[in-house]
Design a protein. Structure first.
Length: 332
């Protein structure tokens, strides 16, 4: 009985000790937990002013990014705008896209017609191109001539025919034929109610293409325009005619089936009937010169007149009238 009481007493002591120890450990854990919670609760919270500074930094950064994006879009729009600008009048550019001249009016064409309408306000284009080329000897001018796929089919096409009229004007201003290139461009264009398109011609200045000249040596030209010395007694034989004779003789040898048509043109001084007759006299004189001096079969050369009907320049100035008085040689 004594041993039982001793054992029971020891059990009680250890039980009390265990409960006390457990209670002690619980209090320490809760205190630690409270301390941790307090550390969270006591974490520094930004003041209202600090919040404003944070928001300000965020807004500034966001605004900078938005502004940068707007600038990028704006720059892109400007680049696209520059690339898509279309000239509304007659203009010339070099190969770098730099504008040489830009008129408010353009050279107009009539649908299905070979005729071109050159406003007096743009007539100085020939002088500007001539001056530009004279200071840049290794360049050439490309006549960009637009025509529509909805126009009548011609041989050569209307782009070439209209371009040839511009070429005649440039030749008359003193530009060498080797430095003039016609570039017909077929394009969907809108004619107005009268069938007119007001911006059919433009110019591009490019480096001189020596390979093109080499390839042209044996090629048959479409036509040639000359300005011999005209007088009341007829055409005077000069260097222009002797050079023409030499060229035609070579072409006749290289092309045995070649046919040549000489066309006389005049200004509008006097009446139309007299001018037609005068143009025919000039054409026949050139024809006879080629036949007699070049020993060319007369059946290969014909002569006709267009008188004043096919002007390529204004007849209101002396220079314009001189440009219109010309001899046109067509090779067929």
């Amino acid at each position: 009985m004594k041993n039982f009481l001793i054992a029971f007493l020891v059990f009680l002591i250890w039980s009390v000790f265990g409960l006390w120890l457990y209670s002690l450990l619980q209090d320490t854990g809760e205190t630690s937990s409270l301390i941790d919670n307090d550390s969270v609760l006591n974490t520094s919270i930004p003041s209202p002013n600090e919040f404003e500074n944070i928001n300000s930094k965020f807004d500034t950064s966001a605004n900078n990014k938005i502004s940068s994006a707007h600038k990028s879009v704006s720059n892109l729009d400007n680049e696209l705008s520059e690339k898509t600008i279309e000239h509304s009048g007659l203009y010339a550019e070099n190969e770098n896209g730099e504008t040489i001249f830009n008129f408010s009016n353009g050279i107009a064409v009539l649908k299905n017609s070979t005729e071109i309408d050159i406003p007096e306000s743009v007539l100085s284009f020939k002088n500007q191109i001539s001056e530009y080329l004279s200071t840049r000897p290794n360049t050439e001018v490309h006549i960009q001539s637009i025509y529509s796929p909805n126009e009548n089919i011609e041989t050569p096409n209307l782009g070439v025919i209209r371009g040839l009229k511009i070429k005649e004007i440039l030749l008359a201003s003193g530009i060498s034929e080797n430095r003039i290139v016609i570039k017909p461009t077929i394009k969907d264009i809108t004619f107005d109610n009268e069938g007119t398109f007001n911006n059919a011609i433009s110019f591009l200045i490019k480096p001189f293409n020596y390979e093109r000249i080499e390839n042209r040596k044996d090629a048959l030209p479409v036509k040639k325009v000359i300005y011999p010395q005209f007088s009341t007694s007829g055409i005077q034989v000069d260097e222009t005619l002797t050079e023409l004779l030499s060229e035609i003789k070579e072409l006749c040898v290289a092309h045995p089936d070649l046919k040549i048509q000489i066309v006389g043109h005049t200004d509008n001084i006097g009446n139309a009937e007299d001018n037609y007759k005068q143009g025919l006299v000039y054409a026949r004189q050139v024809r006879w010169y080629l036949i007699t001096k070049g020993k060319i079969d007369r059946s290969r050369i014909s002569a006709i007149s267009k008188g004043e009907s096919d002007a390529i320049d204004t007849n209101n100035t002396k220079q314009g009238r001189n440009t219109n008085r010309r001899i046109e040689i067509l090779f067929m």
